[in-house]
Design a protein. Structure first.
Length: 346
């Protein structure tokens, strides 16, 4: 499905979760190696998130990152992450599944598919690290999540503070976060549903800070497209209002961060897909709207992959039919709220 192929790029850098065990106790973290009772620093929700947010953009490291869902899906990647002044570079090498290498230099992302000899290139404004905060952490995030220190543990040989981020409503998942004690970097993350079950979990199995990785070396690898066909993503900044769409009322806590018109799979149709993205600072939701085509669109469905849900729906109005795809690491009821609130304004 063309959307899934496009989402390979969209999801290449998302921190998913590594499910090692499940628990139904919403207030207690699953046991991580070397866990020990202790109290981490007392900080507000915003202060915790600000610290994690800064660490993901200021530290240089190399590590192996393992991801799986409670359903049994398992994957791993090797990550080279370099912070050099105003330049942020990453290389992510998939160690499972189809071979692929993804490079990022600030807002420029290139994904290499060696089997197909294809490189997909696009510009992206928001960096999909956890927490996914657009700019400075918003104090309003405390209206939707409570932060509580659970103790300390060890991940990949590093001491970590363990924090629980509990949602105040049913529109978002909860999180248990292992934050490396000295830097604040998120080294393990669990996504927890309303019943306290771990639906996804992720962690570094090996991590090295201040590794000898140079920005120039990664930039040279990123620019070496010899023998590959480069597919440029056609991306145009826009607004939902300009495209003729709006929400009847906001979904609590979720703020729009960007809106684009884009062509998926390199298609050059007159009417392109609109991508409208929202975040509450931790979770994100993207709405893809395109003209309905019975020959291309699948049936309406709700699909799940770990904590990421995808809802597809046909929309009809006096101006015609549209195909809506909503993707987000949120409960299904949140996707339903977006779908029910989306209206055509022209």
């Amino acid at each position: 499905m063309k959307l899934r192929r496009a989402l390979l790029v969209l999801s290449a850098f998302c921190f998913a979760q590594w499910a090692v065990a499940q628990t139904r106790a919403p207030s207690a973290p699953s046991k991580m190696p070397g866990a020990a009772p202790a109290e981490p620093p007392t900080l507000s929700t915003v202060d915790w998130l600000r610290r994690m947010h800064a660490a993901s953009r200021q530290r240089t490291y190399v590590g192996t990152f393992v991801v799986s869902a409670a359903t049994g899906n398992l994957s791993s990647s090797r990550i080279w992450h370099v912070a050099d002044g105003d330049v942020l570079m990453e290389r992510i090498e998939a160690l499972s599944g189809a071979p692929r290498s993804t490079f990022r230099r600030n807002d420029h992302v290139m994904t290499f598919f060696p089997e197909d000899k294809v490189v997909r290139s696009e510009k992206r404004e928001n960096l999909d690290f956890f927490p996914n905060l657009p700019g400075a952490p918003d104090s309003a995030i405390g209206d939707f999540y409570d932060a509580r220190a659970l103790g300390k543990g060890r991940v990949a040989g590093f001491d970590a503070d363990v924090l629980q981020l509990a949602p105040r409503d049913g529109l978002r998942f909860g999180y248990r976060v292992w934050s490396e004690r000295r830097s604040g970097l998120v080294v393990a993350l669990q996504t927890v549903d309303d019943d306290g079950r771990v639906v996804e979990q992720s962690a570094f199995s090996e991590l090295q800070f201040e590794a000898p990785v140079k920005t120039q070396a990664l930039a040279q690898m990123m620019g070496n497209t010899a023998g590959y066909r480069v597919e440029e993503s056609s991306l145009e900044r826009t607004t939902a209002a300009a495209e003729g769409w709006s929400l009847r009322e906001p979904v609590p806590g979720f703020k729009p961060v960007n809106c684009y018109r884009r062509a998926l799979d390199g298609e050059a149709r007159p009417e392109r897909t609109m991508q409208w993205t929202f975040t509450d600072g931790l979770a994100s939701v993207s709405l893809f709207v395109e003209p309905y085509d019975a020959q291309r669109q699948p049936r309406e469905a709700l699909m799940a992959l770990g904590a990421t849900y995808t809802l597809t729906r046909r929309l009809s109005d006096k101006g015609g039919d549209w195909w809506l795809t909503i993707v987000g690491e949120v409960p299904p009821k949140t996707l339903q709220a977006f779908a029910q609130g989306l209206v055509r304004t022209r």
